[in-house]
Design a protein around this ligand. Sequence first.
Ligand code: PLP
Length: 245
Amino acid sequence: MPEHSLIQTRYDALRERLASACATAGRDPGEVALLAVSKTRGADEVAALHALGQRAFGENYVDEACAKQAALAALEPAPAWHFIGPIQSNKTRRIAERFDWVHSIDRAKIARRLADQRPSERGPLNVLIQVNVDAEAQKAGCRPDELDALADRVAGHDALVLRGLMAIPAPRDDAEAMRPAFACLRECFEALARHHPRLDTLSMGMSDDLEAAIAEGATLVRVGTALFGPRPPRPAADGAVESTS
Ligand SMILES: *Cc1c(COP(=O)(O)O)cnc(C)c1O
């Protein structure tokens, strides 16, 4: 199908971009994982990328993600599903049941609910704390000065494994201008890692700024547009599952 070969072209181009960003930063490309952000994209597009070897997918809307996971239940090997969107309390059960990773923990109550609702047969849920590195520009994420306390609460749950930090800094005109925000997250990560030995994941960088994030130490970049093309309009509310095929 022609769509699929377009995905292949984008996937190959993105992997070259990642390799060249790693080379510029003097880093081993094996240190930087690619999360394909498939929000608003159809199950067919996820399946096409999976067929090319991509194994980790990021979703923002619970209802949409669950419908897609059901449609893709037969994929082998099973993809790893990462929840990267804002978390409402009433959605935690399905996140705990259906996802392998959560990037967007920003308060203790959400961590507790995810821990309580994680089915034991699925093993502990890998979690990242989202940090608001631009305190004035946006609301999602905990403040850097709240991080130590929240990390202790998260790490106190046996059903969760605290793997690292995530941020979505406010966009700036020039990707280079993003570097201080990424550096801020890396500094938070390094400080926290002294007390939390399982920390190995620094989730930062998207289609427009992944080079700057890799230069500042990202170990996972979350990429949507550069893989799938411009996003179709978002569902009006989580609950409206849209088919994009
Ligand atoms: C949508 C989204 C992305 C991907 O953004 P692109 O600019 O399309 O690469 C990454 N992270 C989060 C949290 C997102 O919501």
